[in-house]
Structures are given as structure tokens and as C-alpha cells.
Design a protein around this ligand. Structure first.
Ligand code: NAP
Ligand code: 8YV
Length: 319
């Protein structure tokens, strides 16, 4: 059965997308590239009432200001599982559907969390810099921390957190976790008290959503609870950690090291962080493989198709 055309349905693409997804949207819809408009406000005032859907990503978001200027907006389709950059409350108030891309990226994000854990604890990137700088001929590289037998404390044992736990267990780590409530059917040790878990673990891995409810969750006091032999790994969102407090604690040696994929003000990474030797810094790439990004793009497209061709029955609604 051929599907009815959506060529007359107007959608707003907030910023450049995965090329295959962008091509599909632009081929099948009356699509506008928001980021290329010379005067976005003037365009919204003149054409905003035409827009039925937004296509965006976790990085690009969808603000309440833009949503407010689209009186006939019905749906927001986002590439990425985190939706802290999307004004979901404003959307919910108006009955606007929001979708994201959960589950398909769990493996790659968990791989990155585990890689950061290994890297910062075993000092692999630092050792790589040591060899490249020609320092091996002048002496041996210092010893690092063993992974096996250590306690990994996961904040946010959701889809990604559980994939991290599986990997950590395979490295003979003891898995502890903190959620607001225990996860049914999970054998890992649950801590209702986040402070107690941080005190007990050797490496704290953050896998919670961003947004108001987790903003500054890991503050100066909690960073100190990790102790001078403790490590922090963040693949969640920069907003979850007090970044200035983290830099201070790393500089003072009050914690041993950090592995970061996410930052307070991406893509700006403070020079103070770059200057530290005991951090591994990645440019928010945790889901960044050909396979996973394609799966995310496919899921966005499936949601769009489901919305417009299957009675608005999207696959992965938010909330
Ligand atoms: P998920 O399945 O919804 O899991 C989130 C977990 O966090 C749940 O177990 C939830 O349990 C817990 N949680 C939520 N709020 C909490 C709070 N205030 N305190 C303690 N625990 C809390 O989400 P996911 O798919 O695993 O993704 C998690 C996050 O990872 C995303 O939202 C995104 O920000 C981030 N992420 C980053 C990258 C990257 O490229 N670096 C890629 C993908 C995702 P309770 O509800 O029981 O508390
Ligand atoms: C994406 C992410 O790279 O899914 C998420 O929440 O942070 C990443 O997988 C990002 O959302 C795409 O902009």
C-alpha cells in the first residue's frame, strides 16, 4: 500500500542532522533549515503557523521560545536519548508529542563509559602522551590503579547504566548503584543514599539524565567523598557535576582522576581542565559510531513515519 504524501507537511529542522536522516526528512516533507535562516525571528513570525513538526537532536534542542512561536506544532522528533535541551514541559502543556532514541545507543555509550574508566584508572592516555613526548628513554611510567576487584558506583542504573554494569562485572568489578528507587530484578548492590555509595566506591560513573532534577548533583562535598584514590567518570551531562569544584579537586589531588565525555558548556572545555594530566577528555562522542548513529537516525525516521502514517502512534515517546 502506498502511503499518502507528506510533501505538503511543513517541518522545521533545527540544525544539521545525520545526513541520511536529513535527506529523508527533506525528501518527504516541506522542510526548512532553521540554522540557515538569516533572520529566524522574522521567519517564525511569517511562517511559524505552518510548522507541524520539529526535527532536532539532544545537542540542538528545542527551546520554549521557538515552540511558543509555532502555534500549530504537533510533534518534536529528537535524535538522542537525553532530552534536557528540549522544553518538554512547554510541549506537554500543549499536547505536543516528543520522541527520543532510547536503547539503540546503550552499547556504544556503555563502551565509552568503560573505556573512560579503564583509561583514567590505568592512565593509558597519559602513558600515550609519555611515549610520544620521548619520555620513556628517560625513565619508567608510574604505576596505575587496577580495575578488577574495585567498586564501581553507578548513578543512574537505567538502560545505559545497566549496560555499563554488565561490562564492569565482566572486568570483575563490584557493581553498586544509586537510583531514586531500586530497580526490580537487578542483583547489583543498591544504595538509597548517594553519599554512602560515593564513600564506598572507587570509581563513580554518572549515567543519569540531565536537567533540573540532577543539576549539580555531584557537588564539591560529594566530590570530596570520593577521596584521593577515587575517580569520576561522566557520560551523562555536564550539568550533573559542579565543574569548577571538580577542577579544583583534581588540581588539589583531592580525587585521583576523571574521565569526561560531557561538559558544562559544550564545546568549550576550560583550559584548567585541559592542563590537568589526570583527566581523560572526550568530545561528547559516546554514541558516535557509524552503526549506532545510523540506528538512532533510523529510529527518528520510524517515529516520524509512525506519527504521520500510523495514527500518531510513535514508538518512543518521552514521558
Ligand atoms: P534511562 O534508561 O531513563 O535511565 C536513567 C536512570 O537514571 C534511571 O535508572 C533513573 O532511575 C535514574 N535517575 C533519574 N533521575 C535520577 C536522579 N535524580 N537521581 C538518581 N537517579 C536518577 O536513561 P538512559 O537511556 O540510560 O540515558 C541516561 C542519560 O545518559 C541520558 O538522559 C543522557 O543524558 C545521557 N547520555 C549521554 C550520552 C553521551 O553521548 N555522552 C549518550 C546517551 C545518553 P530512577 O527513576 O529510579 O531514579
Ligand atoms: C547524542 C547524547 O550524541 O543521546 C544522547 O543523549 O548525548 C548523544 O547520544 C546527542 O544527543 C546528539 O546530539
Amino acid at each position: 500500500m502506498t502511503q499518502p504524501s507528506t510533501r505538503d507537511v511543513s517541518v522545521l529542522i533545527i540544525g544539521a542532522l545525520l545526513p541520511s536522516l536529513q535527506e529523508a526528512v527533506e525528501t518527504h516533507f516541506d522542510a526548512t533549515r532553521f540554522w540557515e535562516l538569516p533572520d529566524q525571528n522574522a521567519w517564525l513570525a511569517q511562517h511559524g503557523d505552518r510548522i507541524k513538526a520539529i526535527v532536532t537532536s539532544g545537542a540542538l534542542g528545542a527551546s520554549s521560545e521557538v515552540i511558543g512561536k509555532l502555534p500549530n506544532l504537533e510533534a518534536i522528533f529528537s535524535f538522542g536519548v537525553g532530552y534536557d535541551s528540549i522544553a518538554v514541559d512547554a510541549a506537554r502543556d500543549r499536547g505536543i508529542v516528543v520522541t527520543n532514541t532510547p536503547a539503540v545507543l546503550d552499547d556504544c555509550v556503555a563502551d565509552t563509559a568503560m573505556a573512560l574508566t579503564l583509561d583514567v584508572m590505568r592512565r593509558y592516555s597519559e602513558a600515550d602522551r609519555f611515549v610520544r613526548a620521548g619520555k620513556w628513554t628517560q625513565g619508567k611510567f608510574p604505576l596505575a590503579s587496577k580495575i578488577g576487584g574495585k567498586k564501581i558506583g553507578i548513578v543512574g542504573l537505567g538502560n545505559i547504566g545497566e549496560s555499563i554494569a554488565k561490562r564492569a562485572a565482566a572486568f570483575d568489578m563490584h557493581v553498586l548503584y544509586h537510583n531514586r528507587k531500586p530497580k526490580p530484578g537487578v542483583a547489583y548492590q543498591y544504595y538509597a543514599d548517594l553519599d554512602a555509595m560515593i564513600t564506598d566506591c572507587d570509581v563513580l560513573v554518572l549515567a543519569v539524565p540531565g536537567g533540573k532534577s540532577t543539576e549539580g548533583l555531584i557537588d564539591a562535598k560529594r566530590i570530596d567523598l570520593l577521596g584521593s584514590k577515587g575517580f569520576l567518570v561522566n557520560i551523562a551531562r555536564g550539568s550533573v557535576v559542579d565543574q569548577s569544584a571538580l577542577i579544583q579537586a583534581l588540581s588539589d589531588g583531592r580525587i585521583a582522576g576523571a574521565g569526561l565525555d560531557v561538559y558544562e558548556d559544550e564545546p568549550n572545555v576550560p583550559q584548567a581542565l585541559i592542563d590537568l594530566h589526570n583527566v581523560v577528555l572526550l568530545p561528547h562522542l559516546a554514541s558516535g559510531t557509524h552503526e549506532t548513529r545510523q540506528a538512532m537516525g533510523d529510529l527518528v525516521w520510524s517515529n516520524i513515519q509512525a506519527y504521520f502514517h500510523d495514527s500518531r502512534k510513535v514508538l518512543t515517546p518521552v514521558g
